[in-house]
Ligand binder design. Structure first.
Ligand SMILES: Cc1cc2nc3c(=O)[nH]c(=O)nc-3n(C[C@H](O)[C@H](O)[C@H](O)COP(=O)(O)OP(=O)(O)OC[C@H]3O[C@@H](n4cnc5c(N)ncnc54)[C@H](O)[C@@H]3O)c2cc1C
Length: 287
């Protein structure tokens, strides 16, 4: 029996980063991540669902609730990661808030942590506003991007709420006035924000594959003794992640699943930066 072009790409390319199309794939791969001494951070693929896509939003909420139940049943210790536009932000903020609360409530019952992913810069205000509605539960965290100039202020403001932050460089293209344009500036700001987290936060996650930033965090950790964890994307530098886990560091692996893999894979392709880097990561998962 032949396979379709979509199936081929899904398996051969997107499959490097994504658990597979189904919930069963996600749970199976999550189990493997746990066996390697790390924790899965599971994301159901899909984003930017607009006013024509009410059914997709409903479906996303249903899948997340099923995922939470399955994680509990399979005793998977980990977290889930949701995107505001996937839960209805483009339809209305009210719908997003209802969906997010429902998911956080369900997850809390089963001891599962919920991360809010951060999307394009125009959604940052709503995402932070949403996060504040559930921050007291202590079972939620929010992603902050070092490519945005505003992030320094956001980190300062969120520290008053006892927030849990996951620091990333940023995967979208910020408007020029909102963000740093060169990689060097983005990385410099990452280092600055990381230091702010060590100084003002109790618990946070350093989400990067950048060895220099990870080494710097390890040095700071010795001095500040905070509850830190590292996080990487499934399929990128995972042997390195495993080696850190074997040294006793808490490691999360962001694990997407589902059929809406195009936008996610496009961002990973763009970040691979050059063709050889991509080929290396596809062939060895050890780049
Ligand atoms: C757990 C987690 C959650 C994230 N959540 C969000 C989010 O909610 N919002 C958001 O905007 N972004 C998110 N990101 C993506 C992030 O913003 C960056 O786009 C991505 O992590 C690449 O940046 P870097 O920090 O690894 O640094 P870079 O400087 O891009 O990369 C450092 C090194 O990592 C390796 N590398 C990085 N990417 C690739 C790749 N695709 N293929 C092969 N090698 C690679 C290379 O060796 C590279 O030199 C998340 C990232 C992680 C790890």
């Amino acid at each position: 029996m032949g396979i379709s072009a979509r199936d081929f790409i899904e398996r051969e390319l997107a499959g490097r980063w994504i658990a597979g199309p189904t919930l069963k794939d996600a749970i199976e791969r999550a189990g493997k991540i746990e066996s390697a001494g790390m924790e899965p951070m599971i994301n159901y693929l899909g984003e930017a669902f607009g006013s024509n896509d009410r059914e997709k939003v409903k479906e996303a909420v249903r899948v997340y609730k099923e995922l939470i139940a399955l994680m509990a049943k399979s005793r998977i210790k980990g977290s889930i990661a949701v995107k505001p536009t996937q839960l209805g932000l483009l339809i209305s903020y009210g719908l997003l808030e209802r969906n997010y609360s429902e998911i956080v409530r369900e997850a809390k019952k089963r001891g599962i942590f919920v991360w809010l992913d951060m999307e394009e810069s125009r959604y940052v205000d709503d995402t932070i506003k949403l996060y504040k509605t559930r921050v007291k539960s202590r079972t939620t965290g929010i992603c902050i991007q070092s490519y945005l100039r505003r992030s320094e202020k956001d980190i300062k403001a969120l520290s008053r709420y006892n927030a849990v932050v996951r620091l990333v460089k940023g995967a979208y293209k910020p408007e020029p006035e909102a963000g740093f344009t060169s990689r060097a500036e983005v990385t410099k700001n990452y280092a600055r924000l990381m230091r702010m987290l060590f100084e003002g936060y109790g618990k946070f996650t350093i989400a990067t594959h950048d060895t220099k930033m990870i080494n710097e965090a390890m040095k700071l950790e010795k001095r500040y003794k905070k509850d830190i964890s590292f996080a990487m994307l499934n399929g990128i530098r995972n042997r390195y992640a495993e080696s850190l886990a074997s040294k006793g560091y808490k490691i999360f692996i962001y694990l997407p699943f589902g059929r809406e893999w195009v936008s996610y894979s496009y961002r990973r392709l763009r970040e691979a930066g050059n063709f050889m880097l991509l080929i290396r990561s596809v062939l060895s998962q050890n780049a």
